[in-house]
Design a protein around this ligand. Structure first.
Ligand SMILES: Cc1cc2nc3c(=O)[nH]c(=O)nc-3n(C[C@H](O)[C@H](O)[C@H](O)COP(=O)(O)OP(=O)(O)OC[C@H]3O[C@@H](n4cnc5c(N)ncnc54)[C@H](O)[C@@H]3O)c2cc1C
Ligand SMILES: NC(=O)c1ccc[n+]([C@@H]2O[C@H](COP(=O)([O-])OP(=O)(O)OC[C@H]3O[C@@H](n4cnc5c(N)ncnc54)[C@H](O)[C@@H]3O)[C@@H](O)[C@H]2O)c1
Length: 466
């Protein structure tokens, strides 16, 4: 069958790919995007959006539980209704999915639902979801294939019907207790949510701290919050064997020799790229030994005319990072055609937030990474309870920390653990991008009483080391 030719063929409808596809289609280019199942990609269907919707419900529940503290009576016994919780989450997701579909169609691209597999350079055969096969070839091809939960090799795991972040979102009833294997982003967010809605949680984390990328003091503060909230945290130990008994309970035997038993288990030990079985190597696209697509700093793969973006291309696994890959691709496709200069992915400042309660907002270097990189650092650190707004909203928990370069007085990074930290971190990011002296942030006039006002305090001598 001779292929249908398009200017741009996007394989996998993730954040970078779908945004590029819509942009170029609106500009009058002939664009096709192939997506096997999730209209709008992972983030909207099974990751950021549904989890943050549920986390918000958990926060509402927690606020109602504390109603009396805020002077409100009559809300003594709030009840979490899983069915209604799921309903709201599904409503949010479905509305966004519908919006995506109409944007795809409205952009003028051809949106093809089916499974793509490469059969020749820049050419895919698509097994259509509603039957039939099409073959498409792009002058340029963008791979935006995403990742899926990684199931590690642990004795008994395949037979134990473990939960992943995908399946957990579909549960019809809540277990009384759960073991969460992995204390990274997924593990921490679900541990906090499930504990809030009444599940007894044990986190088993392989490394010596939760969120190993963070400074030990920040990770310890999160661990303390977890422990105070009733979550059991087991650090520095891994699962040797998993078994599910006939009555459904799961027992994890740890390498330490201990066992942990619960009604269910969530495996959250990282994600693997969806690059298997689509014949990428057959068309000259090299993968690394974990299956991630090798790209250069302009997101070009090892095959001529084939580009890659997002999680599967080794970009930090955040939706906003994939979105920036879209900008890089758009610039570089134009530059290749003689318009403007190409853009590199190196040196990008990519913030992120972990939506535990309180949440962690992060940007730039941690103290450890700054010291390892040879910086002479000054640390600013304070308790969130010093911020007036924290008192008015009744969220005193958390610490804020910033890392400053002693030689230039510039802010190198920050870890803000506390209410609204995912919002405030953007202000620190702007200061870093602008190369501001920390004193400029200290002396900026910031609205009172906001959490952001804490940035005035953080850099005062009371909280800044000499
Ligand atoms: C539980 C959870 C919570 C998260 N929360 C956040 C958060 O709060 N904030 C944040 O920034 N990030 C979060 N992330 C990470 C974020 O979801 C990812 O970084 C982001 O979705 C990556 O998107 P992407 O562009 O790489 O592609 P994806 O959105 O993963 O899209 C890839 C698409 O390709 C399709 N595909 C794959 N192979 C084929 C094929 N052969 N044929 C056709 N289609 C194919 C897939 O179906 C998929 O839709 C979270 C992740 C998880 C798991
Ligand atoms: N808020 C957000 O932005 C957000 C939320 C969720 C996920 N994500 C993205 O999704 C990605 C995947 O998240 P994740 O939590 O699955 O992975 P992760 O890499 O963040 O954490 C996995 C953790 O599991 C531990 N681990 C590995 N093997 C283990 C074992 N056998 N037993 C016990 N512990 C083990 C590791 O030490 C690690 O800390 C993240 O990298 C992140 O970028 C982002």
């Amino acid at each position: 069958m001779s292929p249908e030719d398009v200017d741009l063929l996007v394989v996998g409808g993730g954040k970078a790919g779908k945004t590029l596809a819509m942009d170029l289609a609106r500009a009058g280019r002939n664009v096709a995007m192939i997506e096997r199942s999730m209209i709008g990609g992972t983030c909207i269907n099974v990751a950021c959006i549904p989890t943050k919707t549920l986390i918000n419900s958990g926060r509402v529940l927690e606020t109602i539980r504390r109603a009396a503290e805020f002077g409100i009576s009559g809300a003594e016994d709030p009840l979490m209704e899983l069915k209604l919780l799921r309903h709201r989450k599904e409503d949010v997701v479905e509305t966004m999915v519908k919006g995506q579909l109409s944007s795809f169609v409205g952009s003028g691209m051809e949106f093809v639902l089916g499974e793509a597999k490469f059969v020749a350079p820049r050419t895919v055969e698509v097994t259509l979801n509603d039957g039939g096969v099409r073959t498409l070839r792009g002058t340029d091809v963008v791979l935006n294939l995403g990742t899926e939960p990684l199931l590690p090799t642990i004795e008994g795991l395949p037979e134990s019907k473990v939960q992943t972040s995908n399946t957990l979102l579909k549960l019809e009833s809540l277990p009384e207790s759960i073991i969460i294997l992995g204390g990274g982003y997924v593990g921490c967010e679900f541990a906090d949510l499930l504990n809030t809605i009444g599940v007894k949680v044990t986190v088993v984390q392989g490394s010596g701290q939760l969120l190993p990328r963070e400074d030990p003091d920040i990770a310890a503060a999160i661990e303390q919050n977890f422990t105070d909230a009733g979550i059991t945290v087991r650090l520095g130990t891994r699962a040797q064997r998993i078994s599910r008994a006939a009555n459904g309970t799961v027992t994890v035997t740890l390498f330490s020799g201990d066992t942990v038993t619960a009604d269910d288990i969530l495996v959250a030990v990282g994600r693997k790229p969806m690059t298997d079985g689509i014949n990428l190597e057959g068309i000259g696209v090299e993968l690394d030994h974990h299956g991630f697509i090798r790209v250069d700093d302009q997101l070009h793969t090892t095959a001529e005319g084939v580009w890659a973006a997002g999680d599967a291309a080794g970009t930090p696994q955040f939706t906003h990072a994939s979105y920036d890959d879209y900008r890089v691709l758009k610039t570089n496709l134009a530059a290749r055609n003689g318009a403007g200069k190409p853009r590199s992915t190196s040196g990008r400042l990519i913030p992120y937030s972990v939506f535990t309660t309180p949440e962690l907002g992060r940007v730039g270097l941690s103290e450890r990474h700054a010291r390892d990189a040879g910086y002479k650092v000054r640390i600013a650190k304070m308790s969130v309870s010093a911020i007036p707004r924290a008192r008015t909203v009744g969220h005193l928990e958390g610490i804020w920390k910033a890392v400053i370069d002693r030689e230039t007085n510039r802010i190198l990074g920050a870890a803000l653990l506390g209410a609204e930290a995912s919002e405030v971190i953007a202000a620190v990011q702007m200061a870093i991008l602008a190369g501001l002296d920390y004193a400029a942030v200290r002396d900026a006039v910031i609205t009172h009483p906001t959490m952001a006002e804490g940035l005035n305090l953080l850099f005062t001598p009371a909280f800044l080391e000499d």
